[in-house]
Design a protein around this ligand. Structure first.
Ligand code: HEC
Length: 134
């Protein structure tokens, strides 16, 4: 127990030290979702690959219909999900739905780019949602 406590205190201390230090690791070096993704490259992926089900506007009105239906990517139900959740859905697919796994087709970077594009699909009145990954 005591060791855990010391560990937590230590990592908080190190965390504060690193983030307070201007020469610390940049966001790009961290393996997490990053706000600066290549939205244009994501748009190309979306409009060549995802469009046939999700439609060009992401509302799920592509040419193909499925049960369960294609998710409306502009909806708050989808936009309200965290990046990591959406990443997993695209990476691993969703079981028993038409949403397949894309991990073979795209690199992790490409999936983040396409998600950054998905974040731009949200209607403007949606309170600033859709302004990048989160
Ligand atoms: C063959 C049709 C099809 C294609 C192609 C497709 N999707 Fe989907 N997608 C679906 C369906 C159906 C769902 C709804 C799954 C469900 O019911 O949870 C979905 C759901 C999603 C969701 C919501 C996941 C969640 O956690 O609820 C995201 C994000 C998504 N798709 C992104 C993409 C991206 C990005 C691509 C292109 C790389 C893509 N999809 C290609 C059919 C497709």
């Amino acid at each position: 127990m005591k060791a855990v406590y010391v560990g937590i205190v230590l990592s908080v201390f190190v965390g504060v030290t690193v983030s307070g230090y201007a020469g610390g690791p940049s966001l790009k070096e961290l393996n997490v979702s990053q706000p600066e993704r290549d939205v244009l490259s994501g748009r190309v992926i979306f409009s060549t690959t995802c469009v046939r089900c999700h439609g060009i506007d992401g509302k799920g009105q592509g040419q193909m219909k499925f049960t369960p239906p294609v998710a409306d990517l502009t909806s708050s139900a989808i936009q309200g999900k965290l990046d990591a959740r959406l990443f997993k859905s695209v990476h691993d697919g969703k079981q028993n739905t038409a949403m397949g796994a894309w991990r073979e087709a795209f690199t992790d970077d490409e999936i983040w780019d396409v998600l950054a594009y998905v974040r731009t699909l949200v209607p403007q009145q949606n309170d600033g949602m859709g302004s990048g990954l989160r």
